[in-house]
Design a protein around this ligand. Sequence first.
Ligand SMILES: Cc1cc2nc3c(=O)[nH]c(=O)nc-3n(C[C@H](O)[C@H](O)[C@H](O)COP(=O)(O)OP(=O)(O)OC[C@H]3O[C@@H](n4cnc5c(N)ncnc54)[C@H](O)[C@@H]3O)c2cc1C
Ligand code: SF4
Length: 467
Amino acid sequence: MAEEKAKVPRQKMPEQDPAVRRRNFKEVPLGYSPETAKLEASRCIQCKTPGCSKGCPVGIDIPGFVKEIAVGNFEAGIAKLKEQNALPAVCGRVCPQESQCEGNCILGKKGEPVAIGRLERFIADWERTEGKMKLATLPAPSGKKVAVVGSGPSGLTVAGDLCLKGHDVTVFEAFHKPGGVLLYGIPEFRLPKDILFSEINGLERLGVKFEVNAVVGKVVSLEELFEEGFDAIYVAVGAGLPYFLGVPGENLIGVYSANEYLTRSNLMKAYLFPEYDTPLVRGKNVIVVGAGNVAMDSARTAMRMGADTVKIVYRRSREEMPARAEEIHHAEEEGIELFLLTNPVRFLGDADGRLTTVECQKMELGEADASGRRRPVPIEGAFFTMPTDLAVISVGAGANPLLTGSTPALSLNKRGYIVAQPETGKTTMKGVWAGGDIVTGMATVIQAMGAGKQAAASMHDYLTIGW
Ligand SMILES: Cc1cc2nc3c(=O)[nH]c(=O)nc-3n(C[C@H](O)[C@H](O)[C@H](O)COP(=O)(O)OP(=O)(O)OC[C@H]3O[C@@H](n4cnc5c(N)ncnc54)[C@H](O)[C@@H]3O)c2cc1C
Ligand code: SF4
């Protein structure tokens, strides 16, 4: 039986043609049909001790939901999935499955793992498009009020879990719309916003309240939230403070941080000009500095905004690129070039202060550094210039200081992240929990959700038993 299943190949997901999609913002993969999903799900051998679930930070019963898909029982499948995950359509699209659930699937040892992410996406989309979304039944109100600061995946998870326990939850968000990086960072072609809003809408219908344009720490402090009657607070403000290179010319018009570039394009809809007239330089010759997922998103956005050339400039080699292999593959298919072992040393502009040129230095790899990766070493005298009218700096981000800077009772580590107990998310301030990127540094959506799940359980204990 297991051998029979092993003969079924992993089912491909149809995608938009690269030559077409490089100029539009529509989603790239097109999703499984019910028949393909059933066939893919039938490959799962229903392991007694499934490695896949252990590899999932929120502990989804993966063989459970996959089994239901295999027999066409989609309603039972989505119900099982949602026992642990309130944002399945999001996770099915952006989770790094290759290093989590699928990385631990037994079938991957000899062949290809079950396409767990694609199945998760399929079943969540099926529920939404078939109009089968159901609201959970809530217990009697507990009489306790919870504030969640930040509406990214971590905050949304806490909000959903505590609402389901009968608590009165309000999410405060600094921007004018909820969603965190899922909204302002990850572009439409990887995560359509309608899908995100539908999952947020599910939380609203459950009873979660959202207060947008609310910068906690500036407009209202944590102490004031307690005075207003909140019993517990979860802080999930993310790691949105961009790093720069610190080289001359970074203040020229046409040099952006990836954070600003993607926020203007996604959240402020610059890509929908002239419907939205958010200003954003549409470069013809673009460089993106860095090689993580954020860099890939920036480069692919620039290509869709009409660039002639887009280059990823990275100071190490291909082997050290931190982005997911699939993201690099998609970017290259769309015509984005990799300029490896190359580092910008200055930006040059015209008399109006607009970027015109980047000067770079070639690098070589030296000994391994503390991260275990070989250190990039500049090659003496190996400089060259390239015409560039848009540069996006994507070399990482740090702790967002808006709230932590005005809340001395919260202990921070030396890099400015909130110190929280790993198992519970409890901070040094009574009644306050924290989780997601503001505790770990920039990680993944599902890790931020995992932290939210742990904190929600601990907060529920506090609200019903005590600190
Ligand atoms: C461009 C980009 C692409 C990415 N791609 C992937 C991917 O493909 N897969 C993946 O798993 N991960 C990806 N990540 C990482 C992932 O998105 C993050 O790890 C995750 O979003 C962290 O969730 P969070 O809830 O901790 O914070 P965030 O998503 O950062 O949300 C924090 C929210 O808090 C709000 N906020 C901040 N300060 C305040 C305040 N004082 N008051 C009120 N609100 C405040 C912010 O406006 C924001 O909405 C990507 C990140 C970026 C930037
Ligand atoms: S490890 Fe793979 S084969 Fe085993 S239960 Fe999980 S998905 Fe199925």
